[in-house]
Ligand binder design. Structure first.
Ligand code: ADP
Ligand code: MG
Length: 670
């Protein structure tokens, strides 16, 4: 009897079932060719249609090849741009190899490491591999690294290109496989000059593209209408609908169920969905029931859903955008590229000839959509990137081997922000604070806030707030009758001084109730979010203690308890402050952008100064998670940033001028 070489046990029935399916995947036919290519090259580029088996099979092939001569102290790593994909694919591959997830096959994503000493194949986000490079610059633990979904050109993948190129020249024994779903491999080939290109022919059936005659006014509405029509008039076959985010997807799912009832199986897919729910997209088909998957961009290339014959593409996705002038980075619903649209259409032709319903005109496709999505490095705030590269010892950021170099103004902005945060000194070298900041898997402001929190005698509270800000929204808001009850429950946690303190209240109550799921349920709190907040907090505590940053709290009954917390918030987020103008509008300090308090904000009045966690661009400019602060604190906490000499002329400046005069009269020390 054949035994599993990893577990030593006999293979399960399921193993053989999946093996049959695996053997039918296009990459399987080229296994030998791939292994040959891998043996004789240090770097190779592999291009293959989505669903050809790249992500699930190639790392297993690699493992077979390297494991023979290198027992398990070597790792094979495979990066994914999305955390959901890393987790989902790892589980699938564990199943394919007939081992338990977290043992031989594991995954590592921010704040969650599911690996063990036995792990030989690790799926991880590109961001996590960057983090590992910070402590292990030559990535000594790895024998082969597979950079998957290279076509997505995420910020971390782009940085890894440059970092890995350096590592490869220092480690002749390391191998790199770059995998991509599209044929724009020329850029990659040029970048890794000399690397061979291997193509896996797709198994695509023709897809008929249908456009709308007129532009659609409401794409959500149009998408739902299209799904209903497909169900009524098209032969059997599953439907995949692309929408932009959780709320929209849940809304659409409800409406589709409302229209079609249980003739269809409607399945949502987005990143904050619990893993068990995510697995539902892979449920085997039920006879006479059409499956309708309503998904974010994640189904574009990251996850393959079998059985899809119809694709509904409204032409939008949430995309990161950064404006270095106003310093606003935001996720914005924006038009996709032609390349994305073609990928989406391709999802309809995996099983048999399919149809793609584009909810825009052909003219719009040809004239309004850009050819390729811009790489993320051109659309992001780079403060974190600079911090990471500095930590990696890459001092000359201009000479770093970027596939696409970032805009100089964005780079300048990042350097400025890091100077303001005290992470860099005048020579642009990392300071001690900067070193510490780079070790927190958080944005620089939050890291700074944690680092200084002991000085404000409230690191315990800042840890809890940071953890709460790092997990999905903890407030559950069901539709229908329960909505009012949910809003009332939420109001009970409300703190008069702002949302950060409200989050702190939730966390404290949760702990007071020993993390009881029933308590969560009764109070409309998302238990999963709270559990992960707890986990995140523990990890942050560990980093704090590594740097001897003490965990402390002010006396809860003291007048200063909340004041200290609010000052510590400001010490990290002083660049995210807004001032209420006489006209009743908030303007961001220094940048003068008009913003509104987000509807979810718990403040019952409009304080003159507020600090905010996030700038949300939708139909209006919102600031979300907002806390009331005092103008006097600005100069105490960030004297250089709020120095009047480098402040643009505006009402906020005049107010600060008055405050500083008052202070001088009172004889306060500077
Ligand atoms: P590629 O990376 O080339 O897009 P994958 O390796 O992700 O292809 O997928 C290969 C096949 O494995 C697909 O047919 C897909 O449906 C199947 N598959 C992947 N993940 C799962 C899963 N969690 N459950 C069931 N099937 C899966
Ligand atoms: Mg893949």
């Amino acid at each position: 009897m054949e035994k599993n070489k990893w577990s030593g046990k006999a293979y399960s029935q399921r193993y053989y079932e999946i093996l049959e399916k695996r053997k039918s995947l296009p990459v399987y036919a080229q296994k030998q060719e791939f292994l040959q290519c891998l043996m004789s090259n240090q770097t190779l580029i592999l291009v293959g249609e989505t669903g050809s088996g790249k992500t699930t099979q190639i790392p297993q092939f690699v493992l077979e090849a390297v494991h023979e001569n290198h027992p398990s102290k070597w790792l094979v790593g495979c990066t994914q741009p999305r955390r959901v994909a890393a987790m989902s694919v790892a589980s699938r591959v564990a199943e394919e190899m007939d081992v338990a997830i977290g043992e031989e096959v594991g995954y590592s994503v921010r704040f969650e490491d599911c690996t063990s000493s036995k792990t030989v194949l690790k799926y991880l986000t590109d961001g996590m591999l960057m983090r590992e490079a910070m402590t292990d610059p030559l990535l000594q633990r790895y024998k082969v690294i597979v950079l998957d979904e290279a076509h997505e050109r995420t910020l971390a993948t782009d940085l890894l290109f440059g970092v890995l190129k350096r590592v490869l020249s220092n480690r002749p024994d390391l191998k790199l496989v770059v995998m991509s779903a599209t044929l724009e491999a020329e850029k990659c080939l040029e970048y890794f000059s000399g690397a061979p290109l291997m193509k896996v022919p797709g198994r695509l059936h023709p897809v008929e593209i249908l456009y709308t005659q007129e532009p659609e006014r409401d794409y959500l509405d149009a998408a739902i209408r299209t799904v209903v029509q497909i169900h009524m008039f098209e032969p059997p076959g599953d439907v995949l609908v692309f929408l932009t985010g959780e709320e929209e997807i849940e809304d659409a799912c409800r409406k589709i169920v409302c229209e079609l009832g249980d003739q269809v199986n409607v399945v949502p897919l987005y990143s904050s969905l619990p893993p068990a729910m995510q697995q539902k997209i892979f449920d085997p088909p039920t006879e006479n029931v059409r499956k309708i998957v309503v998904s974010t961009n994640i189904a574009e290339t990251s996850l393959t859903i079998d059985g899809v014959v119809y694709v509904v593409d409204p032409g939008f996705a949430k995309q990161k955008l950064y404006n270095p002038e106003t310093r606003v980075e935001s996720l914005l619903v924006s038009a996709i590229s032609q390349a994305s649209a073609n990928q989406r259409a391709g999802r309809a032709g995996r099983t048999r000839p399919g149809k793609c319903f584009r909810l825009y005109t052909e003219k719009s496709f040809n004239h309004d959509l850009i050819e390729q999505t811009y790489p993320e490095i051109l659309r992001s705030n780079l403060a974190n990137t600079v911090l990471t590269l500095k930590k990696l010892g890459i001092d000359n950021l201009v000479c770093f081997d970027y596939m696409d170099p970032p805009a100089p103004v964005t780079m300048g902005r990042a350097l400025n922000d890091l100077l303001d945060l005290g992470a860099l000194d005048e020579e642009l070298n990392l300071t001690r604070t900067g070193e510490m900041m780079s070790e927190f898997p958080l944005d620089p402001q939050m890291a700074k806030m944690l680092i200084v929190s002991p000085k404000f005698n409230c690191s315990n509270e800042i840890l809890s707030i940071s953890a709460m800000l790092s997990v999905p929204n903890c407030f559950v808001r069901p539709r229908g009758e329960a909505q009012k009850a949910a809003d009332e429950a939420r109001a009970r946690f409300g703190h008069t001084d702002g949302d950060h303190l409200t989050l702190l209240n939730v966390y404290h109550d949760y702990k007071q109730n020993n993390g009881d799921p029933n308590w969560c349920y009764q109070n409309f709190i998302n238990h999963r979010a709270m559990k992960s907040a707890d986990n995140v907090r523990e990890q942050l505590v560990r980093i704090m203690s590594r740097f001897n940053l003490k965990t402390c709290s002010s006396d809860f009954t003291s007048r200063d308890y909340y004041i200290n917390i609010r000052k510590a918030l400001l010490a990290g987020y002083f660049m995210q402050v807004a001032h209420l103008d006489r006209t009743g509008h908030y303007l961001t300090a220094k940048d003068g952008q008009m913003v509104h308090l987000h509807p979810s904000c718990c403040l019952d009045h409009k304080p003159e100064w507020v600090v905010y966690n996030e700038y949300v661009l939708t139909s209006r400019n919102f600031i979300r998670t907002v806390t009331y602060i005092r103008g006097e604190w600005l100069v105490d906490v960030a004297p250089d940033y709020y120095h009047l000499s480098n402040f643009p002329n505006c009402e906020a400046k005049r107010v600060l001028q008055k405050l500083s005069k008052k202070r001088d009269r009172a004889g306060n020390p500077k």
